[in-house]
Every structure is written in structure tokens, then in C-alpha cells.
Write a protein that binds this ligand. Structure first.
Ligand code: UD1
Length: 372
């Protein structure tokens, strides 16, 4: 007797989740798992959302909630109510969520309350800074998940320290899968990107800043921008909408000389400019790992990181929002002590997710067991 396919509902909403979901969706499809995609609409601009769906060949979401911007309570609460209705309608066997955004928490909470088991990809990451909304989202999500797909040994240890031992799988990082799958496509699609941007290989720094922790400290963030504008090399700065007003304010005071601001880049363009930078300055989580993958020194504008291996391996320096530390770090780019390419897995994390979910069918929601 053939059993009915496993049915998964995936909840995504923000840019990094599109990147993480793309390789996993491929693996689910190949394993014969049915996936319903729910897009909360937390990110909605074409260059923050649609372009990722196009490039990564993600199926169009069956449900688009268009929740958009707003307070944390609004994004999470609205997501929770709307996702609950969808889950009641779709009755999936499990719900898949990624990372640490408000969409992650809304999806996980809606599912857990309906007794639908939750699979959390990128489980176990901790900054140990509860002032970050992302930290709240990931801690809460981990504690209500049935499957915890941890990218690293450190993540597994973090879960263990919180008493979470069952359902934990160290599978590597799906962002590595994404780079492995898409970097040659990116190269083929954008062979002349550096020329178009008037930059040379190894002759510029790449800057990304967007976290609430950064934008909530406008004076320090502006001081960072002004200091970087005097750096030795030109700076390429794709501007996330959250920090746009602050960038405009800074430029009104001191027009940029060295910083070249551009609209947010697509994933493929981002891979190209990361791979060719002399160094990357960022407050993003994903970008720190991409820097390591491309063996480009990284400077992180935070005082802590969830990706501690990048610091221990010598690839990443944490400078917070200190201008002084940032400029010193740029003058003294670290010589890495070890290659970290394998710390984040072998680029096949997605296959393990599909395999584990299939193996654990019996742990899935009653919808499956009664249909199967
Ligand atoms: C979210 C995540 C963060 C992740 C980041 C990646 C949470 C708590 N944070 O932060 O973990 O690193 O995504 O980008 O979920 N905006 C637009 N157009 C868009 C999207 C956003 O203009 O397409 C504006 C919004 O109006 C808002 C600001 O950007 O003012 C911030 O958006 P928000 O959805 O709060 O999340 P991010 O800061 O992007």
C-alpha cells in the first residue's frame, strides 16, 4: 500500500528566509514531500522579496499574507492569527520555519498551539543578548519545536544547556547549501557586475547594516558611516530600507565621498560582491558566514555573534559600534588560522532535513497518521 505524501507547510517572510528555504524546497520536492508555502509579507519590496523567488526558483507562495511592516507585536500577532487559519485549512503534517524573524515565531507558535509539530531550521543559535528581537524569536521557537535542525556543534551545545536534547539534529547550515548550489549561476548571470559598479576585485570593502540594534543607535551608526567614508578603499553599501532614513540624514550632513550607496542587491549579485571584496563590514548573521565561505575577512558591527566559529577561526572581528575598533580592524585585517569551510557542513544539509522528516513520519501530526 502506498502511503500518502508527507505534507509540510513552510512559513517564510523575510529576505534571509527565502535564501534558506530555496535549497530545502528543492530537497523536499525531490523526496516526494508536498510543500505549501506561506509568505507573511514581512519583506515586500520587489528587491527584498520577488527577485529572490525568481532567482532561486522558489514556487509562488500559495498564501501571501501581505502583513508588511509594523511593530513586533503587530507582525507577530497578525502572523499568528492569519497562519492559524491557514493551518486549520491546509492541515499539514508538520510546519517548517527558518531562523529568527517575527515570521518564524508566528509560524511556530500557530502550529504548536494546533498540535502540529514544528521543524526549526537554524535551531540553537544564541547571541545571549535578550535585547535583540531575534534572540527572543529563536529561543521561543526552539522550545516549541519537535525537530531542531542545528547548523553547528555550538548550536547543539546551546540547546543542551537549555535542556533541549530530543529531536536535535546537527545537519550543517542550509546557507552553505545555497552558496554551493547557486554560486556558479551567480557568476554566469553577473559576469561584469564589478565593472558595472566601477569596482576592482579585492579593491573595495562591502558594507551591510540593518539590525534594530544598529539603527536604534543612530549617533553611533552615523559616526560609523562618516568614518568609513574616509577608509582606504571605496565602500559598496547596499542600503536596507530600515537604515535608509539614517543614511539620508548622514549624507545631508556630509555627502559621501568613498561610500557608494545602492539599492538592496539580489542574492546572486550579493554573492558576487561578497566573493570579490577585500573585507566585509556587517551586522548581518548570514553575511558573516558567506564571508567565511568566500574566505574574505569579516568585521562585525556587534559585540557578540551567534556564529562564534567565525571569530575563533580568525575570520571575524567583533567591533560593536565603535569607530575606533572598526578602523583598527580595517587596518589590521585578521589572518585566519583555519579554513572554516566545513564547519558549516558539506553543503548537503537540505537532504538531511528531507530524510529526517520522512523517517520520522510517525511523529508527525495526526492528520498524517490517519491519512497514511
Ligand atoms: C528582519 C529580521 C532580521 C533579519 C532581517 C533581514 C525580525 C525581528 N528581524 O529585520 O532578523 O536579519 O529581517 O533583512 O524579524 N522594509 C521595506 N521594504 C521591505 C522590507 C522592509 O521598506 O521589503 C522596511 C520596513 O518598513 C521597516 C524596516 O524596513 O521599517 C524593517 O523591516 P522589518 O520587517 O522590521 O525587518 P528587518 O529589519 O528587515
Amino acid at each position: 500500500m502506498t502511503s500518502s505524501p508527507l505534507r509540510i507547510a513552510t512559513v517564510i517572510g523575510a529576505r534571509p528566509q527565502f535564501v534558506k528555504a530555496a535549497p530545502v524546497s528543492l530537497a523536499l520536492r525531490d523526496a516526494g514531500i508536498e510543500e505549501t508555502l506561506v509568505h507573511t509579507g514581512q519583506h515586500y519590496d520587489a528587491n527584498m522579496s520577488a527577485v529572490f523567488f525568481e532567482q532561486l526558483n522558489l514556487q509562488a507562495p500559495q498564501y501571501h499574507l501581505s502583513i508588511g511592516s509594523g511593530s513586533h507585536a503587530y507582525q507577530t500577532g497578525e502572523g499568528l492569527m492569519r497562519i492559524e487559519k491557514i493551518l486549520e485549512e491546509v492541515k499539514p503534517d508538520a510546519v517548517l520555519v527558518y531562523g529568527d524573524t517575527n515570521a518564524t515565531l508566528a509560524g511556530a507558535l500557530a502550529a504548536a498551539k494546533l498540535h502540529i509539530p514544528v521543524a526549526h531550521v537554524e535551531a540553537g543559535l544564541r547571541s545571549f543578548n535578550r535585547r535583540m528581537p531575534e534572540e527572543i524569536n529563536r529561543v521561543m521557537t526552539d522550545h516549541i519545536s519537535r525537530w531542531l535542525f542545528a547548523p553547528t556543534e555550538v548550536a547543539v551545545r546551546n540547546l543542551d544547556a537549555e535542556g533541549i536534547r530530543s529531536g536535535v539534529f546537527q545537519i550543517g547550515d542550509v546557507m552553505m547549501d545555497a552558496i554551493c548550489l547557486y554560486q556558479s549561476k551567480a557568476k554566469a548571470m553577473y559576469p561584469d557586475l564589478l565593472e558595472q559598479l566601477n569596482l576592482e576585485k579585492g579593491g573595495y570593502y562591502l558594507l551591510t547594516m540593518h539590525r534594530a540594534e544598529t539603527t536604534n543607535n543612530p549617533e553611533q551608526a552615523m559616526a560609523i558611516l562618516k568614518a568609513l567614508d574616509n577608509a582606504e578603499l571605496p565602500i559598496l553599501f547596499p542600503v536596507h530600507p530600515r537604515i535608509r532614513p539614517l543614511v539620508e540624514r548622514t549624507q545631508a550632513e556630509t555627502p559621501f565621498q568613498r561610500i557608494k550607496t545602492i539599492e538592496p542587491l539580489s542574492y546572486f549579485e550579493m554573492l558576487r560582491v561578497e566573493a570579490n571584496a577585500r573585507a566585509i563590514v556587517t551586522d548581518s548573521g548570514g553575511v558573516q558566514k558567506e564571508a567565511v565561505f568566500f574566505e574574505v575577512p569579516c568585521i562585525t558591527l556587534r559585540t557578540e555573534t551567534e556564529w562564534t566559529e567565525t571569530v575563533a577561526g580568525g575570520w571575524n572581528q567583533l567591533v560593536g559600534l565603535s569607530v575606533d575598533k572598526l578602523m583598527k580592524a580595517l587596518d589590521n585585517l585578521h589572518q585566519p588560522v583555519q579554513s572554516l569551510k566545513t564547519v558549516y557542513g558539506d553543503g548537503n544539509a537540505r537532504l538531511q532535513i528531507a530524510e529526517i522528516l520522512l523517517q520520522e513520519r510517525s511523529a508527525c501530526s495526526p492528520a498524517l497518521t490517519s491519512a497514511g
